[in-house]
Design a protein around this ligand. Structure first.
Ligand SMILES: Nc1nc2c(c(=O)[nH]1)N[C@H]1C(S)=C(S)[C@@H](COP(=O)(O)O)O[C@H]1N2
Ligand SMILES: [Mo]
Length: 201
């Protein structure tokens, strides 16, 4: 009898891609947001980087599409305990955008915003070094409006509330400030492998 990896060791009990306290949502991609889904015409969408940068820059839909494309293939994890394996997202790396905007030495945190008013805070180290994107495609199709289309942020190594839907900009700051869910009790960083769900975790 053939013994495959799936039938040996720990993996039988628990998929090693699953952070503690999470379950595999399989084919389902739950939709979660606190505001009404906005209708955003890509022709009017912009993304701006401001705050502690030498070159504050705003990109249009056409301008971000002219930048080098970057793809994420991997898993996502929501604090409400679902995880989803093997997702593919395409857009542009935040490294590319920050290379243009030129963060200043004192920039240590970022606030990501949606045009709806939703915000979430992130340390600079979590959005640089190939760990964060703005994306307009999911699994080979245009990002659905309900999942943040035309463009959302993607920071897949942190809980998914850090991935702002209908993203409109990023402000770089010297100090940490709390965003929407963080002010409401969620963790300032949100690492699923450390189970940083709530303030104090
Ligand atoms: N603008 C906005 N972005 C948001 C949210 C939100 O309420 N508004 N919710 C966050 C949370 S809690 C999660 S789990 C994911 C859900 O993304 P999905 O609906 O595409 O699964 O979006 C994140 N980004
Ligand atoms: Mo979430």
């Amino acid at each position: 009898m053939a013994i495959t990896r799936g039938f040996t060791g720990r993996r039988r009990d628990r998929d090693e891609r699953l952070p503690p306290g999470q379950y595999d949502a399989k084919d389902e991609w739950p939709v979660l947001h606190v505001e009404a889904t906005p209708r955003i015409d890509p022709a009017r969408w912009t993304f701006g980087v401001e705050g502690l940068v030498d070159t504050p820059t705003t990109w249009t839909w056409d301008e971000v599409h002219a930048l080098p494309r970057s793809r994420y293939e991997g898993d996502i994890h929501c604090v409400t305990t679902w995880s989803k394996f093997g997702m593919t997202f395409e857009g542009v790396s935040l490294d590319t955008l920050l290379e243009i905007a030129q963060p200043q030495e004192g920039a240590r945190f970022a606030m990501a915003s949606s045009s709806t008013g939703y915000t979430t805070n992130l340390p600079i180290e979590d959005i640089t070094g190939g760990k964060a994107w703005i994306v307009w495609e999911a699994d080979g199709a245009p990002l659905p409006e309900i999942h943040g289309g035309p463009v959302r942020m993607l920071v897949p190594h942190l809980y998914f509330w850090k991935s702002t839907k209908w993203v409109s900009g990023l402000r770089l700051m010297s100090h940490d400030e709390q965003g929407f869910w963080e002010r409401n009790g969620y963790h300032d960083r949100g690492d699923p492998w450390l189970e940083q769900r709530y303030q104090g975790d």
